[in-house]
Structure formats: C-alpha cells, structure tokens
Write a protein that binds this ligand. Structure first.
Ligand code: ADP
Ligand code: MG
Ligand code: MG
Length: 897
C-alpha cells in the first residue's frame, strides 16, 4: 500500500477491508462514503475502491496530471479486488470486470455517467462466455460496455449504436432486446466496433488498463464540463469540492431469470407512507429500470395493485431475496435515521447493494416521514423540526390542481404566487369586485396591475397579467394576499376595449372560465378541479412541536377581515402591521378620500374625514373582534396622497363630478401633488405633521373601536398605534400628543377605559441611529425592513429590477436584499436600534414587518438579535412559525417553561 510520506489517494471498501465511513463524504463523495458505510454495516456490497475528491483537486491544480504514486495505489487496489473475486483484470480465461462510477459530495447531474462491465474485450468476452456457460449473457454485457464506454469516455453518440441494434432487431423480427441470442449479439458487437472505428479513426480499445484509465480520466474531466459547471453555479457548489471516482467489482443482473436490478425508496417518496416502494426488472442491468426500454415491475404486491400493474411483483417472484432486501431497508433506515433511496442488483438469487442516500421527497411526504420517525423513536422531535424546509410548506397552504384532472394549457407565464384557481375572466378590478360580490369566482386579467386594482385583486380568486416579472406589483401583492398569480404571460394579448384576450388562435371572452396555476405559471381553458390544503394531521403535529420551542411570536400583516381570519387559521398570534391606506382604496370610500385630498382648508378636510371615520372604525372593530385580544398594530396613513388621485383624464372628470369640484381644480391639485421622488417625499408621519386632522381621525376610530369591542366581548383590546417614517423624536412627540388626546376624548365620551401603546416604525437610518432618544417616548419599534432596506442601500425597490440581477451575477450582492434581509448592513442598523432602544426602555417591544418577516434566513437573524416577534403575510405564517423554531434550536434560545 502507500509508503510513508506519500498522500493516500485510494480508499478500499468491501471484502473485509473498508477504509471509509459515511461521515467522509467530503473526501470520498456521497456514493463512495455510503458504499463504505454499507460495507461497514455488513451489507452485501461488491468490493471496490474510491479515488478521493482530493485527487480531483490535485488533477486540476497540476495541469490535469496525476501524482506519480496514484498508479501504484490503483494497481494495489485492483490486485485486492482480484484476490477477493478470484479473477484477474484482463485475464481471458477468468476476467475481473468493474464499474467506474463518479460521485461528488452532493449528487450532481452533469457528471459522467457510470460505465459498466469494464474489462471486457474480444478475448475476455469469449472467456466470460465459456466460464459462465452463458454466451448470451457475456455478449450482452460486452455490447453494453462498448456502447457505454464509447459514449461516455470516447464521446461517440448513442444513436450510432441504437441504429445498429434497431437494424438487427428488424432483420430478425425481434421486439425486445432480450430476444437477441448470443450469436445475434456477436454480430451487433462487430457492427458496434466498426462504427467506433469509423467515427474515431481508431479501433475500440482492447487493452483493459487503457479502458480503466480512460474511464477514470473521463470522470475527473467531467467535473469541468459545461453541464457540471452550470449545475454548480445554480446550486452554489464550489468548484474546489471535486468529484471522487468509484471502481467496483461488477455483479450481474443480466445473467438470467434469477437475476434482476432495481431501485427503491424505503418509504413512499410522494406520500411518505411507511411502505416499501420500488421497481425492478428481471434479467437486466444498470439503468434499464429508469431508461424506459422495458416496463419496470413493482417490488411489492401492494405497489403492484396500487399501480394497476399486471406484471408480477418481486415479492411474488423472488420471495427470499425480497425478504432480504426488506431487512436491508429496515437496517438502513435505522442506521441513517431517514428515508433512503437505494439501488440494488440480484445475481443468481443473491442480493447486492450498490447505492444508498437520503431520498428526495415531496413536502407532504417530508412532513409525514419526519413525524412518523419521531413517533417511532428513530429521531427526536427537535430533529423532526429541523428536517423540514420551511419554504416547502408553501406548497401545502394553497389549493392545488387535482393531478388526475385533464388540463388544456393555452399559455405559460411566471409562477408568481402559488396556488391554483379557476373562475370567470374579468378585465377590471371593479368588475372583479362586483361579480365576486354576487358570489362568482373570478380571475382578474390585466396587462399589469397598479395600487388602484387592490380591491379587485382581493375579490378575485386569481390574478393573471401579460406583463411584469416575479417582483411586479401583481406578483408582490398577490403573494402578500395569498392569491394565485401568473404574471408576465407574454403570449396573451389582452384587449380591454373588446373585453377579450387572445393567445395562439384561442379567444377568451369576459365571463369565460379559465384556470391558472400560480405554482407552475400555466394558464388553462375551463375549470380544472382543485384540492384544498389539509392543515390537520402531520402538518398540525409538526407545527405544534415547533410552537412548543420557538421563542419569537409570529404576527401577520393584514388589514381585511379575510386576511386576518386566514392568518389566525394559520396560527398568527396577532397583527404586526395593518396598513390603513389599503382600506382607503375601497370604492365606497375612495371618493371621500379624494375629497379630503382636494380640500383646500383644514375645515374641508375635516368634513371629508368625518365621512371616512365610521368606515375606519368599522374596519378596526372587525380586526379587533377577529383577533380576540391578541395584539394589533395599526399603522397610520403612510403613502403620498397622490397615490389616491385618479390618473386618467376620464377618471379626473368623474372625480370632479362626484365631488362637485371644477375638473380644472382636480387637474391642478394632481399636478401640485406630483413629486419628483415620492418615496422620500411628503408621506408617512410628514402627512401627520402637516395635516394632523388625518391622524386624529384615525386614532379616534381606533380607540372607539377598541372601546366598543372591549365592552361587547369583555376581551381586553390593547391597540398598538404605529407612526410611520419617523426621523426625529420631536416628530414622534408631536404626533403622540395628537394620539393621546384622541384616546382621552374617546375614554371620556364612552366611559370605557382601555390600554394602548404608541410606537413607531424604524425605516430610516436616522431613526435607527437615534433609537435611544425615540425610545424615551415610543413604547415599541417595528422595523419596516422594506423601506429600511431601500433607505440604507439608497436603492429603490421599484427600479432595482433593472440591474440587481447583474449585481447578483457578478457576486456584488449575494442575495436580493428585498427578499433576504441584509444581515451585515441593514441588520447592523436594526441590532443597534434594538440595543439603543432597550438601554432606555428595557421592556420595549421589538418586531419586524415587511417581506423579510416571512423569509427563513431573515427570521433566523431576528432570533439572533432577540426580537420579540416577526410579522409576515398570512400565507407565510406557518413558514415563519417553523423557521422561528429552527432559529431557536440553532441559536439555543429554545423556549423553556
Ligand atoms: P447514478 O449516479 O447515475 O445513479 P450509478 O453509479 O449509481 O449512477 O450507476 C447506475 C447503475 O449502474 C446502478 O444503479 C447499478 O444498477 C449499476 N451499477 C453500478 N455499478 C455496478 C456494479 N458494480 N455492478 C452492477 N451494477 C452496477
Ligand atoms: Mg445517471
Ligand atoms: Mg445510482
């Protein structure tokens, strides 16, 4: 073996000399480490050896050259296999055959395909035929080898071989590969070899050493092929990891009717059911099972019945081997403590294990498997919680298309907001609302959407746009509301005037029914039945476990009763952000809002505000009632006023008529309110400073609602009034006085006493820096991370789409900071503000709202700086509950009571 001072590049496994372990994946790759582990467990693994990933790194660091000692180490390892198998590599009378398999740390499509039956040439094939007494098997193996090796190592296209085989089958009137006799295969082989020589100008290699080193070189070479490089880039896999090469003695599934090859999952990967699930083929080799040449058969009788197969199950055909395989299944699960994806071969009724790894699974299966394994005592509950990817829960929270239903896809856009929805096509937000009002399910179809469409988006089951990306208004709002949305379906031409849309010869008129799938981007004609999400069972169990250990509270961003109810159903523990302006877009109120904006005097404004006040109060009564004593944070008016004004000439005239104003004045006021940079303009608390009567009305409505609900329900309602966009303590104090005065008035008028908090959103760097002063009077901070990200980066979210992808591509920004909180920059400001706030007011309530509140990585950051809660859109509440539990587990801040 390797002498002193030399690096060790080769690790053996099987036949009583296994050097690797499961935890050596970095060095041996996933396949090699698990082959070693199975051998350690005493499972029947054909012996072999692994050339390490370090060799791959060495290879590329040294101009694609091997270290000199590799030759001897490989030769020694081959000699060990010869001894174990009592055969000799390249020896005609008794040849040793091997497979050469690649294997990186993480399974990686794009790497070299496996070469089987290596070591065959004209002489050894003849020897194998004689020795095995089965010439058909020997020549079947040889033709497979020539095709695989030529394709994978020598780069000769498959079709040359397929054409030849098809020709032979046609001549002989065969339908199956297994119909070919030894003599047939021999003449196929002659044609194969000729084709190789014609393509390459040199004969197919007969020297087995040349074959072996050719295959090893091809594996290492494939690490840098275009497919592998692209895959690594997409999956953040560093090029420095390298791949390993596994050389393993062949076992044969193609030696006759008592031989087979198969793949299996230790549990059902789509449902998670604890039932053996897999397929096999008799008298076959390698990937015949997945290649689709023959119809694979089921392992179990149950699987056969469930899939309506009339081919016999392995359980029936090879009961002994099946039982053995089933024991291996149980052993592997107990050992790896997770569902396994396994590959095996049966040679003359003897089972051999060729691969195991943790199996991929659907989101429902992942939940079921984690909960079952915990209940079986294989893992503990904390482990079960950690096993679920919070983002995957999204798949479970929305209706999905019935997989059995037919669908007629007419167009494809972007999967902007998950879930499936069917309904009548409408082209305006008002129509959406009207039709939904009389009980119709509608799909709102727009070229693109704007804030004026919010009420229609709410009323619709789903939203379809022909323009705009994943972060377009439609996409962002739909995700927030949990509506299904397909955006940017560019093939669809929407014609508002004629109330129809057309795509490739299909015309869809207003009132026609379509179905959209926001998880795939598909648009379908007619109604496709959907399945409602199941929030009980394993989902509820796992969420209960997560709730038991998380420290942070999870609130929701909601302003409509529907959203608030949905969020509570998903487990929200209060409202962290209720945006009062969303209520202003309601058609019943927008007129009063516009009247208020158009008013020239405080008195005019007060008259309009008085019309709005009962509506606002009703909004809050609803929210407080639904939230039944849970905290509710209400943000006072935030957006610049011009957002509420009409933007088309026609709309302006309508507004003028309805409010009894001169149309010219409406236009004039619109121009007056226009701002060069509205995001940093007259908005947030700046409106409260200039028009205190607006905040006064809102505060009165909040307190009147709190008094009313407290009185009726007996539940103590404690509203949290939030002032947006504070930059100085002085601003805050002026507005807090307005709010306190409104509270006192309501108390006096109703005779009802109630508690309330007044706090602010921290969304400007200055506010974060001056958090110490502000906390002297502010009773809570909610970090408005959308705007805080915009203002910290000096980056407009609405305009960043044009260049942010390039920033990510060049590695300047690792993530989109609007999706995942920038922990080092924006995060530092939040941490600093939290500390300065707490220093002044130790019990100050701290939370975040904004898109980040539902992002697992951002939630983990919030845990690390000890925030009290995160607030996110209703459909992300379960994701946040789980992510908060995982964050607590990872930072060891688990709730203990
Ligand atoms: P992949 O990574 O694409 O799954 P593998 O290296 O696992 O490639 O090889 C594919 C298949 O080839 C295996 O599932 C197995 O059926 C077959 N195979 C690989 N090595 C051997 C071997 N030593 N003996 C018999 N079959 C083998
Ligand atoms: Mg493959
Ligand atoms: Mg495999």
């Amino acid at each position: 073996m390797s002498s002193q001072g030399e690096s060790k590049w080769v690790y053996t496994f099987g036949a009583g000399a296994t050097e690797g372990r499961a935890d050596m994946k970095n060095l041996l790759g996933g396949k090699g480490a698990n082959l070693a582990e199975m051998a350690n467990l005493g499972l029947p693994v054909p012996p072999g050896f692994t050339i390490t990933t370090e060799l791959c790194t060495h290879f590329y660091a040294n101009g694609r050259a091997y270290p000199p000692e590799l030759k001897t180490q490989v030769a020694d390892a081959v000699a060990r296999l010869e001894a174990a198998m009592d055969a000799k590599f390249g020896e005609p009378a008794n040849p040793l055959l091997v497979s050469v398999r690649s294997g990186a740390r993480a399974s990686m499509p794009g790497m070299m395909d496996t070469v089987l039956n290596l070591g065959l040439n004209d002489a050894t094939a003849r020897g194998l035929a004689l020795r095995s007494g089965d010439a058909r098997f020997a020549y079947d193996s040889y033709r497979r080898f020539i095709q695989m090796y030529s394709n994978v190592v020598l780069d000769v296209d498959h079709h040359h071989f397929e054409d030849i085989l098809d020709g032979h089958k046609r001549d002989k009137n065969y339908s199956l590969d297994t119909d070919l006799t030894a003599a047939d295969w021999q003449s196929v082989i002659e044609d194969y070899k000729k084709a190789v020589e014609r393509e390459l100008g040199t004969p197919f290699p007969q020297d087995v050493q040349e074959q072996l080193w050719g295959a090893i070189g091809a594996v290492f070479g494939s690490w840098m092929n275009a497919r592998a490089i692209t895959y690594r880039r997409l999956h953040d896999i560093p090029a420095s990891w390298g791949t390993a090469v596994n050389v393993q003695c062949m076992v044969f599934g193609n030696m006759g009717e008592d031989c087979a090859t198969g793949v299996a999952f230790t549990r059902n990967p789509s449902t998670g059911e604890n039932a053996f699930y897999g397929e096999y083929l008799v008298n076959a080799q390698g990937e015949d099972v997945v290649a689709g040449i023959r119809t694979p058969q089921h392992l179990t009788v149950a699987g056969k019945i469930a899939n309506k197969s009339d081919l016999p199950a392995m359980e029936e055909v090879m009961p002994d081997v099946f039982n053995q395989l089933n024991e291996v299944r149980l052993k592997l699960e107990l050992h790896y403590r997770d569902m396994q994806d396994i590959e095996f071969t049966v040679q003359q009724n003897k089972l051999f294990m060729l691969q195991t790894r943790n199996g991929k699974r659907t989101a429902p299966a992942a939940l079921k498997i984690a909960v079952d394994l915990a209940n079986e005592g294989v893992i503990d509950r904390n482990e079960a919680i950690k096993r679920i990817d919070p983002a995957s829960l999204d798949q479970l929270l929305h209706p999905t298309l019935d997989p059995k239903a037919d669908r007629k896809v007419i167009a494809k856009g972007l999967p902007a907001s998950p879930g499936a929805a069917s309904g009548k096509v409408v082209f305006t937000a008002d129509e959406a609302e009207q039709m939904a009002g009389v009980g119709d399910a509608v799909i709102l179809c727009r070229i693109e959407t704007s804030p004026e469409d919010i009420h229609g988006m709410h009323a619709a089951r789903g939203i379809l746009t022909s323009r705009g990306g994943m972060t377009s208004h439609a996409a962002v709002v739909a995700r927030g509301m949990g509506r299904a949305c397909v955006s940017g379906a560019g093939d669809i031409r929407i014609d508002y005037k004629n109330k129809l849309m057309a795509v490739r010869g299909v015309t869809v008129k207003e009132g026609d029914i379509v179905t959209i799938d926001g998880s795939t981007g598909e648009v379908m004609l007619g109604e496709v039945p959907t399945i409602q999400p199941e929030l009980s069972g394993d989902f509820a169990t796992l969420m209960g476990w997560a709730d038991g250990i998380r420290r942070m509270k999870i609130r929701t961003n909601a302003e409509t009763p529907l959203d608030a109810r949905t969020a509570r159903k998903f487990g929200a523990e209060g409202i962290g952000l209720s945006r009062t302006e969303h209520m202003f877009f309601d058609p019943a109120r927008i007129l009063a809002v516009r009247e208020m904006i158009l008013a020239e005097s405080e008195e005019g404004r007060r008259t309009a505000l008085a019309k709005l006040e009962p509506f606002q109060k009703k909004d809050f009564v609803d929210l407080f009632t639904i939230m039944a004593g849970l905290p509710v944070t209400i943000r006072l008016l935030d957006p610049p006023l011009h957002e509420f004004l009409p933007n088309t000439e026609q709309d302006m005239d309508e507004v003028a008529k309805a409010t009894g104003t001169d149309p010219l004045r409406v236009r004039h006021r619109t121009i007056q309110l226009h701002e060069a940079n509205p995001m940093l303009g007259h908005r947030g608390c700046r409106l409260g400073i200039t028009y205190p009567e607006i905040y006064e009305m809102q505060a009165r409505a909040i307190f009147a609602a709190a008094a009313e609900v407290s009185k009726i329900s007996g539940e103590t309602v404690t509203p949290e009034v939030m002032i947006p966009l504070i930059m100085t303590k002085k601003e805050f104090d002026i507005l807090k006085a307005v709010i306190d005065k409104a509270a006192a008035e309501v108390k006096a008028a109703t005779g009802q006493s109630f508690e309330y908090l007044v706090g602010t959103m921290i969304e400007l760097p200055r506010a974060a820096l001056r958090a110490g002063d502000i906390a002297e009077t502010a009773e809570f901070f909610s970090f408005g991370t959308n705007d805080l990200t915009q203002t910290t980066f000096g980056l407009s979210r609405d305009d960043a789409g044009a260049f942010l992808p390039e920033y990510q591509r060049q590695g300047i920004l690792e993530h989109d900071p609007f999706q995942t909180l920038d922990a080092t920059g924006v995060g530092e400001l939040i941490d600093l503000a939290a500390q300065r706030g707490r220093a002044v007011r130790p019990d100050i309530k701290l939370g975040i709202c904004g898109e980040h509140g539902g992002d697992p990585a951002s939630i983990s950051f919030c845990e690390s700086i000890g925030l009290d809660y995160v607030s996110c859109s209703p459909y992300r509440v379960p994701i946040a509950r789980l992510a908060a539990a995982q964050a607590a587990l990872n930072s060891d801040t688990v709730k203990r009571d």
